[in-house]
Write a protein that binds this ligand. Structure first.
Ligand SMILES: Nc1ncnc2c1ncn2[C@@H]1O[C@H](COP(=O)(O)OP(=O)(O)OP(=O)(O)O)[C@@H](O)[C@H]1O
Length: 230
């Protein structure tokens, strides 16, 4: 359903993504791993039209695109949670959720059950939430809007471990129930190895690893180049 074909992209005249090819199928839950600065965020920004494509093409639902418009992706049911959480700070929690909801699509996950604080804080301005609370609102919005594809940058950022696990379980359920695709960016392999189907690793703007989770569990050394050195 989604393919990057020999894509190069970046910022102004700086090429960050280098001749990168990958695909994500319907009903696949994929994690993108890599150290700081390798281009994971830039890859997601390219898919959602925030960074220009310098070369190659992105194929979305069979249509080859050499430039991408964010609003078209949103209309097609592709949702993106950027690393700054992408909430409307001047609107309430409830208004943020209403704007993300689609007329007919009802996700198989009740986001208010998943994130009870969104009900407790429904009349509060999103801008006054903490970072972790904004993350929950942003993920809820991405789940409501992503009828075909959900991309989430830095998924566990600011989330308590139990909430991060519940979020991954809910995404797994959405993938299995609706055959949507999910692509997450995460710093650590722990959650991806428990919940995802496949791990894609990036080094310096290129793919360095693309393996099913089962293959990585057998040979975890494959992750060494992708892990953060502390
Ligand atoms: N707005 C920008 N203008 C120019 N260069 C940028 C911009 N944003 C990021 N970069 C550069 O692009 C490269 C890749 O950054 P990117 O944020 O995609 O990496 P990342 O893998 O997501 O890292 P992190 O995990 O730290 O967010 C870095 O060298 C970064 O300095």
């Amino acid at each position: 359903m989604l393919k990057f074909e020999d894509v190069s992209s970046g910022y102004h005249d700086t090429r960050i993504i280098q001749n990168l090819s990958l695909s994500v199928e319907s009903g696949e839950f994929v994690a993108l791993l890599g150290r700081n600065g390798v281009g994971k965020t830039t890859l997601l920004r390219t898919l959602f039209g925030i960074c220009p494509i310098f070369g190659g093409a992105v194929v979305v639902d069979g249509t080859t695109l050499r430039s991408i418009r964010s609003e078209k992706m949103a209309r097609a049911g592709y949702s993106f949670l950027p690393d700054d959480r992408g909430v409307f700070e001047e609107l309430t929690v409830e208004e943020n959720l209403v704007l993300a909801r689609h007329k007919t699509y009802k996700p198989a996950v009740d986001v208010l059950e998943l994130f009870p604080l969104l009900t407790e804080r429904r009349t509060q301005l999103a801008g006054s939430l903490s970072g972790g609370q904004k993350q929950q609102l942003g993920i809820a919005r991405a789940m409501l809007a992503g009828r075909k594809f959900i991309a989430i940058d830095e998924i566990s950022q600011g989330l308590q471990p139990n909430i991060a696990h519940a979020t991954m379980q809910a995404l797994r359920h959405l993938v299995d129930e609706h055959q949507i695709s999910v692509l997450i960016v995460e710093q650590s392999p722990t959650l991806p190895l428990e919940y995802c189907d496949r791990v894609i690793g990036m080094v310096k703007g290129r793919i360095s690893l693309d393996q099913p989770v089962a293959a990585i569990q057998q040979e975890p050394d494959q992750l060494t180049d992708l892990l953060i050195v502390t």
